[in-house]
Design a protein around this ligand. Structure first.
Ligand SMILES: [Fe+2]
Ligand SMILES: [Fe+2]
Length: 265
């Protein structure tokens, strides 16, 4: 099973010529499947980019959305347009809406968009103002407390999804790849060559998902989990415990890359 992993490709910053050559570069890797961990475009074009890649690549594309995919729109509208698209495009699989996907005898994929939950670092002391708070309709006009409530509500949807899907995946397989946009642990929240500081951590990490993963992997010591995520645009690997590893993708606006091609059994 050959899986090409992409994250934070932000195709809204890429010309159609470059999008085409990037997609052909993926095709040249001859993947059996592609995983995209969010920030594909913005609300007005994310469905278009997904549809284009699905038509060219033809293999299954398992994806999650990232915060940027909702820019200049609302969360409900984007989710609706993505649901409509996946109902028409067989090889596009939005992991937030999917159950466990078993791809080989021993390997399954689960995933969810997720959201930063403000629980790591110093939310109250941070002066970081993400564009999310201005460019996503649901956040626009909310004060700091209400923003945090919405961030935690969205993060909890991811945690709930993993509470259901991950134990069920381990009933059938020994190894799971979990795709999500936001790094679930401080150690996986890379910014340059170090981890994010207390000012950025609240917006770059999702502790509630990390807690769920830690609990499930402690209960299943003979099973293995690899998390693929992005969002911080700083790349790195973090071995959280013997059976739980997180790969965070490095990204630059306007220069989409293939993070890794994973050869798995
Ligand atoms: Fe991004
Ligand atoms: Fe992001």
């Amino acid at each position: 099973m050959r899986i090409a992993w992409l994250t934070d490709i932000h195709l809204n910053f890429v010309s159609s010529v470059d999008e085409r050559s990037f997609t052909h570069k993926i095709m040249a890797e001859q993947p059996d499947a592609v995983i995209i961990t969010g920030d594909i475009g913005e609300s007005g074009d994310v469905a278009e980019h997904l549809e284009y890649m699905a038509n060219v690549l033809r293999c299954p594309i398992f994806f999650t959305l990232g915060n940027h995919d909702f820019y200049n729109g609302s969360i409900g509208e984007v989710r609706d347009s993505v649901r409509k698209l996946i109902s028409q495009q067989e090889n596009l699989i939005w992991l937030s809406d999917a159950a466990v996907i078993q791809v080989t005898e021993s390997l399954a994929i689960v995933g969810h968009d997720s959201w930063a939950d403000g629980r790591l670092g110093d939310y109250d002391g941070s002066c970081v103002e993400l564009n999310d708070f201005y460019l996503i309709d649901d956040f626009a006009g909310l004060d700091r407390r209400r923003r945090l409530n919405l961030m935690q509500f969205l993060a909890e949807q991811a945690a709930d999804h993993f509470r259901r899907t991950l134990p069920s995946a381990f009933e059938s397989v020994d190894y799971v790849i979990l795709a999500t946009h936001v790094p679930p642990f401080k150690e996986s929240c890379w910014h340059g060559s170090r981890t994010s500081n207390d000012m950025f951590l609240p917006f770059f990490s999702c502790k509630v998902v990390g807690d769920v993963l830690m609990e499930i992997m402690t209960r299943n010591p003979t099973k293995s989990l690899t998390v693929l995520c992005g969002h911080t645009h700083g790349g790195g690997e973090a071995q959280i415990r013997h059976n739980l590893k997180v790969l965070t993708g490095e990204a630059t606006y306007g220069q989409p890359v293939i993070q890794r091609v994973l050869d798995l059994k």
